[in-house]
Design a protein around this ligand. Structure first.
Ligand code: XMP
Length: 326
C-alpha cells in the first residue's frame, strides 16, 4: 500500500496555478520515466482517461498512442468527440476500434446485470489486448486511476472499470493522476485545454448504456436509450442544470407499455428519467426537476423518438435504490 497513499507534499489542487504546477511536475516526471519508449492508453473519453491522454500528449507527444474502443454502449457523439479532440486537435495517434458488433453479439440474450458487466469488461480487455499486440515499441501502459478508485469500492456491483489492466500485457504502469480527487482531475484537464464538455462530464459507468438498457440488450432499445440520453443532456444543458446535477440519465426497462396513437392501441416502450445528487456515489438524493422541464422532456421523448408512449420519473434515493437500475 506504501505508494498508494497520497503524498503529504501534494497540496490540494484548487486553482489554475496549482494545476499548472502539477502539470509541469508531471510532464518532467513522465519524460524521465518513459524515456524513448512508447506509452499506450485505453482512451474511453471519460474525464480521467482524457486528462491522462492530454498530460501524456504534452509530455511525450509522438510516443503516445491511445486505443479507443467503441463497444456500442457509449453516448451519442462520444466516439466522434474523442477523435476530434485527440486526433484532430491535439494531433495524437489514436487507434479507433469499431467493436460494436462484437460486443452486442456477445451480450445477446444476456439479462443478468453482473454477467453483462463481466462480458463487457472481459471483451474490452480482449479487444484492447489484440490492438496492443499489433503495436510495436510499447514500454508503458497508462491508466486513468484516480484516488477514489484506490480508496473505495462499495462492493454492491462489480463496477468493472473499462480500461482495467489487462493481465496479458506486461507493460510497466503509468498512473499520473492516481493521487488526485475528481475535482482536481477536472482542474488539471481544464488547464491542459480540454473542452468543458469533456472535463465537466457527469459520472458514466464503464458498461455505459449497457446497464441503462435494462435486461438483455437489443439494438433497437440501445439506440433509443442513446437518443433519449442525448435529449436529456440537451435539455439539462439548456436549463442550466448540466453542471449542477451530479448524475442524470434515461433508462429503458425491458417491459412494454400500452398507449394510444391515431385512435389505435400501441404496444411500446417506456422511458425512465433519473437525476440524482451525490458526493461520492455511495448515497444519493433525488434532484427535483422543475415540472415545466419534465413536461418538455415528456413531449420531446414521446414525439421525437419513435416507439415510446410513457415517461416515468424515478424519485428513489440511494439507498434504498442504487443510482443505476441494474
Ligand atoms: P450504483 O448504481 O451502484 O452506482 O448506485 C454508483 C456509481 O457507480 C456507477 N456505476 C458504475 N461505474 N462500472 C462503473 O465504472 C459499473 O459497472 C458501474 N455501475 C454503476 C454509477 O453510474 C454511479 O455513478
Amino acid at each position: 500500500m506504501g505508494n498508494n497513499v497520497r503524498p503529504a507534499s501534494l497540496s490540494r489542487i484548487n486553482t489554475p496555478e496549482l494545476a499548472e504546477k502539477f502539470i509541469s511536475e508531471q510532464v518532467s516526471e513522465l519524460r524521465r520515466q518513459i524515456g524513448d519508449k512508447k506509452v499506450l492508453l485505453a482512451l474511453s473519453g471519460g474525464v480521467d482517461s482524457s486528462v491522462v491522454a492530454a498530460l501524456l500528449i504534452r509530455a511525450v507527444g509522438r510516443q503516445f498512442v491511445a486505443v479507443h474502443v467503441n463497444h456500442g454502449l457509449l453516448r451519442k457523439g462520444e466516439p466522434e468527440q474523442v477523435i476530434e479532440v485527440f486526433r484532430h486537435q491535439m494531433g495524437a495517434e489514436i487507434v479507433y476500434v469499431d467493436a460494436v458488433d462484437r460486443f452486442l453479439d456477445k451480450l445477446a440474450g444476456v439479462s443478468d446485470p453482473e454477467k453483462k458487466r463481466k462480458i463487457i469488461g472481459a471483451e474490452f480487455i480482449s479487444v484492447f489486448e489484440e490492438e496492443a499486440k499489433k503495436l510495436s515499441g510499447i514500454g508503458f501502459l497508462a491508466q486513468g486511476t484516480i484516488y477514489p478508485d484506490i480508496l473505495e469500492s462499495d462492493g454492491v456491483k462489480a463496477h468493472h472499470n473499462v480500461g482495467g489492466l489487462p493481465e496479458g500485457l506486461r507493460f510497466e504502469l503509468v498512473e499520473p493522476v492516481k493521487f488526485l480527487y475528481k475535482d482536481e482531475v477536472r482542474m488539471v484537464g481544464r488547464a491542459l485545454g480540454l473542452p468543458d464538455s469533456m472535463v465537466d462530464r457527469q459520472p458514466f459507468p464503464g458498461p455505459g448504456l449497457g446497464v441503462r438498457c435494462v435486461g438483455a440488450i437489443t439494438r433497437d432499445r440501445l439506440e433509443i436509450v442513446r437518443e433519449y440520453d442525448a435529449i436529456l443532456r440537451e435539455e439539462f444543458a439548456a436549463a442550466g442544470l448540466a453542471g449542477k446535477v451530479w448524475q442524470y440519465c434515461t433508462i429503458v426497462p425491458d417491459i412494454r407499455s400500452t398507449g394510444i396513437k391515431d385512435n389505435k392501441r400501441t404496444d411500446d416502450r417506456m422511458v425512465v428519467i433519473r437525476a440524482v445528487n451525490s458526493v461520492d456515489a455511495t448515497s444519493a438524493t433525488v434532484e427535483e426537476i422543475p415540472y415545466p422541464l419534465l413536461h418538455r422532456l415528456v413531449k420531446r421523448i414521446t414525439t421525437e423518438v419513435p416507439g415510446v408512449n410513457r415517461v416515468l420519473y424515478d424519485l428513489s434515493p440511494k439507498p434504498v435504490a442504487t443510482i443505476e437500475w441494474e
